[in-house]
Design a protein. Sequence first.
Length: 74
Amino acid sequence: MTSENVTTVYKVSGMTCGHCESAVSEELSALDGVTAVKAVAASGEVTVTSAALLEEEAVRAAVDEAGYELVGRV
């Protein structure tokens, strides 16, 4: 069994600035197994690196908690 990380890119609507990026990153970073998050407001994309594939509902809940909407995977 390998211990490679999984990288997934999500589309998030509503991010317009650095504060938005921070809010989304903070909530997603709190999910179990997440090792890195990079949110880019300009593209509306959030790249999440995790130990295993994340449940989409968990990602959606974290994005909702930050005040934004998960559109889906890119």
